[in-house]
Design a protein around this ligand. Structure first.
Ligand SMILES: C[S@@+](CC[C@H](N)C(=O)[O-])C[C@H]1O[C@@H](n2cnc3c(N)ncnc32)[C@H](O)[C@@H]1O
Length: 212
């Protein structure tokens, strides 16, 4: 379920932290303000946190620094291994994905960065329904990811990447399941949340969805 991109992460795991620090020109804008994006997500999270798509553990570290209790979920063995080397031994990083994961009691916020676009829109809707059944009123989902204000802006960004010769970026935008804010808002609202969105760079927005 949404695991069709794991080969990319098996290959990318060792150099992933270099990419997020701006070493790859094609992805420089996608990862611009990366540390502030992680901070912004962590600042909105509340007490007991479930984090999806932990990757190399960068957001997990920020959440822990803020005194939050975190359990992680990550489907890629290669990414999980790097995260586990970085993180204190008491942190649990489970094998799983956005839809299939060990159910945890007492979760108050569900967070993720740069990962939700691995689900199709149908899978995203399913994920929101699962999270709605786990959270109580006032508890929340905080996701930062690439998304677009409209289909037209999405198309323009793909053309822009092609024009700059950023063919890996253009290919990524075309092949993974990036969506638009109106669609996400519709999905998450139908699942029982009130959602706000804020732009963090040209590609990445943060969605904070509070259970009604
Ligand atoms: C671009 S990395 C982001 C890592 C980290 N969250 C960060 O902000 O640096 C995307 C992560 O999502 C994971 N991923 C891919 N498909 C997933 C799925 N269906 N459910 C959860 N995580 C997934 C990948 O293995 C990878 O670790």
């Amino acid at each position: 379920m949404g695991r069709e991109f794991l080969d990319i992460f098996a290959e990318w795991a060792d150099s992933y932290d270099q990419t997020v620090s701006g070493h790859d020109p094609q992805y420089m804008e996608v990862f611009s303000n990366y540390n502030q994006i992680l901070e912004e997500v962590a600042n909105r999270a509340i007490s007991t946190v479930l984090e999806f798509g932990v990757g190399t553990g960068n957001l997990t570290q920020v959440l822990l620094q803020k005194g939050l209790k975190v359990t992680g979920v990550e489907p890629s063995k290669e990414m999980r291994q790097i995260a586990l080397q970085k993180l204190p031994s008491f942190v649990e990083i489970n094998e799983g994905d956005f839809l299939t994961f060990p159910m945890q009691e007492g979760i108050q916020s569900i967070v993720s960065t740069y990962a939700f676009h691995h689900l199709t829109d149908e899978e995203k809707e399913k994920a929101f329904r699962i999270y709605s059944s786990m959270l109580d009123k006032g508890q929340k989902i905080v996701f930062a990811d690439t998304m677009f204000e409209s289909e037209q802006i999405f198309t323009t960004m793909i053309e822009d990447a092609k024009q700059k010769g950023y063919n890996r970026l253009a290919g990524d935008l075309l092949s993974e399941y990036y969506t638009t804010i109106p669609k996400l808002k519709d999905m998450v609202t139908s699942a029982g949340f009130s959602a706000d969105f804020k732009q963090l760079n040209q590609f990445v927005w943060i969605m904070e969805a509070i259970k009604r």
